[in-house]
Design a protein around this ligand. Structure first.
Ligand SMILES: CC(C)[C@H](C(=O)O)[C@@H](O)C(=O)O
Ligand code: SF4
Length: 422
């Protein structure tokens, strides 16, 4: 009996567990990536003895190369080599086919009711599958690699209940930004956010992942959505594992937030914080230098489809550069088959290898001093995409595609309306 977070921990431990309790849990999977694994290896080596130590289970330990792939600098290439050597010693296969948070579910590692820890803050994305996924520092992940266990303080839960009908031109990302606007960047510190309501129930797995992904932008420990038939259908063919469809039972939520999306407009988060949210139509005078479509928030097939729909047969503003990076190889290949990549390329975009790309400003589209980017990312922190004086704006794939056409932040409804008249 309890919130979804309490139900998951109760299921894992085989006894009723309540918020506030500190528990030690056998984790189902442990993940780190090219940027965080080197530090995790240090912690792991300290704990286990460099030469003799073995990870708790090499099939449930995952290293993903995604943040700087292919290596952009000698330093990155050297780190990659160090991690490759560790992976070989430990019999861990390195996943090199996209962003960790996309690839982990695609490979069937994320099933409802499981607990997954990752050395990346957006590991909360797994909550979209009714799994308790959470990000931890590399030291904690080193310990999890060694022992297969992690400790948690079972979090209190904020329920975000989303109702109404999404207007045309408004997407899951806009709703996510609206939630951050409500809660603030620390409004869910060490809380689980549990998303419920008809809007969530009708959303695809991809749209649900956008929500769960952004839980950490409010300080959330997890961003949970109860698994259902949509989850089951997505997992079909990806895992043979049995799993429970857990849901909250008579939950006691710390807070309930009701959001009706019926009158929502396309939104933009302005720098330097994700909760500085304005309707796109109110910031249309902002001149943009680069647009970026991708990331673990919005680099999935439906995101590319929305943007391709807007860009088909058009070319981007000559004053702008556009970068498109599908979140995984699976998405890349499907987008290629469906002709989206051709649409982007013909429109004038650079299409990149699946991975994080310019999201953390390490390669493929860094910003010069004073430049501005309009992106589908989850964070607009100062300096994230390159020079510290550059600015980052966040919005939906539609807003990003519409902006690519005009060179200024553009409400996608303007373009969609024009299309429906034509
Ligand atoms: C580099 C990594 C540690 C970081 C994170 O944990 O989130 C990155 O993925 C990000 O999005 O800022
Ligand atoms: S795509 Fe961006 S937010 Fe997601 S894991 Fe990579 S760097 Fe972090």
């Amino acid at each position: 009996m309890g919130t979804l977070a309490e139900e998951i921990f109760s299921y894992k431990l085989g006894r009723p567990v309540h918020a506030g309790e500190t528990v030690v849990v056998d984790v189902d999977h442990v993940m780190s990536h090219d940027t965080t694994t080197p530090l995790a290896i240090k912690a792991f080596a300290k704990l286990t003895g460099q030469k003799t130590g073995k990870v708790f289970d090499s099939k449930r330990s995952h290293i993903v190369f995604d943040h700087i792939i292919p290596a952009a600098t000698i330093a990155a290439a050297t780190l990659h080599r160090e991690v490759r050597n560790f992976a070989k010693e430990q019999d861990i296969s390195i996943l090199q086919e996209g962003i960790c948070h996309q690839v982990m579910p695609e490979k069937g590692f994320v099933v409802p009711g499981s607990v997954i820890v990752g050395a990346d803050s957006h590991s909360c994305t797994y909550g979209a599958f009714g799994a308790f996924g959470t990000g931890m520092g590399s030291t904690d992940i080193g310990v999890a690699y060694a022992t297969g266990r992690s400790w948690f303080r079972v979090p209190e839960t904020i329920n975000v209940n989303i109702t109404g009908t999404l207007p045309a031109g408004v997407y899951a990302k806009d709703v996510s930004l609206e939630i951050v606007r409500h809660l603030g960047v620390d409004g869910a510190n060490y809380r689980a956010i549990e998303y419920t309501g008809e809007v969530i129930e009708n959303f695809s797995m991809s749209e649900r992942m956008t929500f769960s992904n952004m839980a950490i932008e409010m300080g959330g420990k997890a961003g949970l959505i109860a698994a259902d038939e949509t989850t089951r259908a997505w997992l079909q063919g990806r895992t043979d594992q049995e799993y429970p469809l857990l849901r909250a039972v008579n939950p006691h939520y710390e807070r309930v937030i009701e959001i009706d999306v019926t009158n929502l407009k396309p939104l933009v988060a302005c720098p330097p914080d994700v909760n500085i949210v304005h309707p796109a139509e109110e910031v249309t005078n902002v001149k943009i230098d680069e647009v970026f479509l991708g990331t673990c928030t919005n680099g999935r097939l439906d995101d590319l489809e929305i943007a391709a729909g807007i860009l088909a047969g058009r070319t981007i503003s000559p004053d702008i550069r556009m970068v498109v990076i599908p979140a995984s190889r699976e998405i890349y290949l499907e987008a290629m088959r469906l002709g989206y990549l051709e649409i982007f390329s013909r429109a004038g975009a650079s299409v990149g290898t699946p991975g994080c790309g310019p999201c953390i400003g390490r390669h493929f589209g860094v910003l010069a001093p004073g430049e501005r980017a309009m992106t589908t990312m989850n964070r607009n922190f100062t300096g994230r995409m390159g020079d510290p004086t550059a600015e980052i704006y966040l919005g939906s794939p539609a807003t990003v595609a519409a902006t690519a056409l005009t060179g200024y932040i553009t409400d996608p409804r303007a373009i969609l309306l024009e299309e429906s008249r034509a």
